[in-house]
Ligand binder design. Structure first.
Ligand code: 4GX
Length: 260
């Protein structure tokens, strides 16, 4: 997949492009990350890319002509690309959306600065608006990197063969289980015994319990969002029973205390 990024700060993508998994994916020619300097399409000696908003008010708005020029140049190199604008007003980005975007041929990512871009660009040139979250960045570049990074993981051959991208059903429902590596004891804390047992059935069971308990503690909302498997429900019910036992025991004891 070719990612073509339209930005006023193309240098921001240099370190991103040249390190880690993204670097490897570029070297393997699974992806490319090309930038187009929007300023290169601005007219006049000063190549101005922003202007005061019609109707008044604070801040500046990105002029439409340089963006249109940059978009047309991008379309020349990647004619079948989906054209995405990064904005807090967009569709919430997620692993599910990343997986869908990974099926596209190429992506054009438009990064705005200032208060945003002229509405006529959004309406006539853009296929999709995406937000990476409910906060305001100083520009769309970090959001574009987030999208490129998460989408690339779903492109075949980008991840090492050891780790594979999560499949639809499992990954977006529960948090990952806890992970441990050597040493088997670190600053007095041992690795859970079951993980050293070599019993793959018990290990899988422990990992599922670990996923469920972390999701319950950190992200209860996820447990109401998707259907649980019968195995997951069984674990929840077993906790329910144990918790009920503790409550019953405590209540019985409290009465015994009062009688003393
Ligand atoms: N997820 N930003 C866009 C300029 C802007 C301002 C207002 C439209 C309306 C962001 C995010 C994000 C900062 C990118 C403001 N555009 N992008 N930019 N959150 O905060 O994607």
């Amino acid at each position: 997949m070719r990612f073509v990024v339209l930005t006023l700060f193309p240098e921001l993508f240099d370190t991103f492009r040249n390190h880690g998994m993204i670097h490897r994916a570029v070297e393997l020619q699974k992806i490319s990350v090309q930038t187009i300097q929007i300023r290169g399409f601005a007219e006049g000696r000063h190549q101005v890319t922003d202007d005061r908003p019609y109707g008044g008010g604070p801040g500046m708005v990105m002029k439409p002509e340089p963006i249109a020029g940059a978009l047309r140049a991008a379309i020349m190199t990647v004619p079948d690309a989906r054209k995405i604008h990064l904005t807090p007003q967009g569709r919430p980005f997620s692993n599910t959306l990343a997986r869908q975007l990974a099926k596209e041929k190429d992506l054009i990512l438009l990064c705005g600065r200032y208060e945003g871009i002229d509405e006529r660009i959004c309406r006539n040139f853009i296929d999709d608006e995406i937000s990476i979250g409910d906060y305001i960045l100083t520009g769309g570049e970090l959001a574009a990197m987030v999208v490129i990074d998460a989408v690339s993981r779903f492109i075949p051959g980008v991840l090492g063969c050891a780790d594979s991208p999560e499949d639809d059903s499992f990954s977006d429902r529960l948090l990952e289980h806890a992970h441990y590596t050597r040493p088997s004891e670190f600053e007095g804390e041992p690795v859970p015994e079951v993980l050293l047992s070599g019993d793959h059935g018990r290990i899988e069971q422990w990992r599922l319990q670990s996923s469920l308990i972390r999701t319950f503690i950190k992200r209860k909302d996820l447990l109401l969002k998707h259907a649980l498997t019968s195995e997951e429900l069984k674990i929840l019910k077993s906790w329910h029973k144990e918790i009920q036992f503790i409550i019953d025991f405590q209540q019985k004891e409290q009465k015994a205390f009062k009688r003393e």
